[in-house]
Design a binder for this molecule. Structure first.
Ligand SMILES: Cc1cc2nc3c(=O)[nH]c(=O)nc-3n(C[C@H](O)[C@H](O)[C@H](O)COP(=O)(O)O)c2cc1C
Length: 179
């Protein structure tokens, strides 16, 4: 029988699941050979509007982390449901041991050298502001230098972004409502 203490401890370990769903995002960073590497992230947040700055929490163990520190730029792309399998593949294999550059198609960005994911619902181009190691992750702050989005007018309309519930669980927006 699981004791209440253990259950409490387990939930603390999974406190982040209580903050789901979160919009799944795909961070692209350029590899040493110039090809794009893709990593899904769910732990991201806007941190400033003027100037526009976002934060992505990336474990220093990810290949992407070292690539962003080296290149000082990255792009953040919002997948839809049709990209679910590709999200899972890029999230289960590291670019350190597997070339992920052919899993998505890419298109040039406008302000940075790192490309955008073709067909993504939205893309955000970032230049590295700073990265701060905290706990087992690194908070990577990006200055937003350009943005594009389809199906977005004030709020998401049309195809839903893919929402991550934790582990390999996902959902989508089925219904929006006005308060
Ligand atoms: C939906 C999803 C969300 C994820 N979110 C994060 C995250 O926010 N931060 C993180 O460090 N890893 C996250 N991961 C794990 C990385 O994407 C995974 O370890 C990936 O293979 C790292 O790739 P890389 O080593 O090529 O950079 C997530 C995985 C999935 C599938």
């Amino acid at each position: 029988m699981e004791s209440p203490e253990n259950r409490k401890k387990d939930l603390c370990e999974f406190y982040h699941r209580l903050l789901c769903p979160r919009v799944a995002a795909l961070v692209v960073a350029l590899r040493e050979d110039g090809k794009p590497n893709v990593m899904p992230v769910a732990w991201h947040t806007p941190v400033s509007v003027r100037p526009p700055i976002l934060a992505v929490c990336i474990s220093p163990s990810r290949y992407t982390h070292s690539l962003i520190l080296k290149n000082k730029e990255f792009t953040v792309n919002i997948p839809d449901l049709s990209m679910k399998d590709a999200v899972e593949i890029t999230g289960s294999k590291s670019g350190k041991v597997f070339d992920k550059s052919s899993i998505f198609k890419f298109t040039p960005a406008t302000k940075v050298n790192t490309p955008l994911i073709e067909g993504a619902l939205a893309s955000i181009e970032c230049e590295l502001n700073q990265a701060i190691d905290i706990g087992d992750h690194s908070v990577v702050f990006g200055n937003v230098v350009a943005c594009q989005a389809s199906g977005f007018r004030e709020v998401w309309k049309g195809p839903s972004p893919l929402l991550h519930l934790g582990s390999n669980f996902y959902t989508v927006i089925k219904e929006g409502f006005l308060r």
